[in-house]
Design a protein around this ligand. Sequence first.
Ligand SMILES: [Zn+2]
Length: 214
Amino acid sequence: MKIAQLFNSLLHKSAPLTKPDFISANSIKDAENFLQDNYGIKTNYKGITLEGANRLTTQLVFLLNNYPVKITTFSIVELNYTTYAATDTENHTIALNTLYYKDLDKLNKDINNDMKKGWHPKTTDNKGPEFILTHEYGHIIRKDKILNTPFEKQYTKIWDLAAENPTHFANTLSIYGTKDSSECFSEAFGEALHNSHPRIIAQQVMEIVEEVFK
Ligand SMILES: [Zn+2]
């Protein structure tokens, strides 16, 4: 093999430096293929609408481009009614619950109700289905990029201070965020990306995230 050919073949083996923008797909299959072909993510959108597939792909591509982590599988699966989604940080998989995601308007209403009750942080973009995905993605960021790194110490300070006063904490982030340090992180990340004026905990967590990915 000539040097030029060798160089060329090496170039072809490496990942493309820039990935194409995601433009709304015309079919669910195309949206699944986009994530598979450009990000190596095994995607299964069974049970949702084309609008759902396009919205989730748009949000996931935004997250992957700005806060790159490894995701192996992204799927819509039937979970029980007590949960919107499930993430396995060991295997880098995110699963969203068909029972909710089959009807985006109803899901958005459910999440708006959660927000009114303070269960989840208030968002300003009215994108409940995307907020849940961002929250799940936050779990993978914490596991891969923050836990067991010096950033965890910085984050623990925020969590410890917040956990000292649970009522104030719930009012400054969300009730669900008080559950443990992992949910606090994801709720704050979700607020930071979906509220045009994120509050103090979301701001502080986001400062760490920006530092990690700068
Ligand atoms: Zn969570």
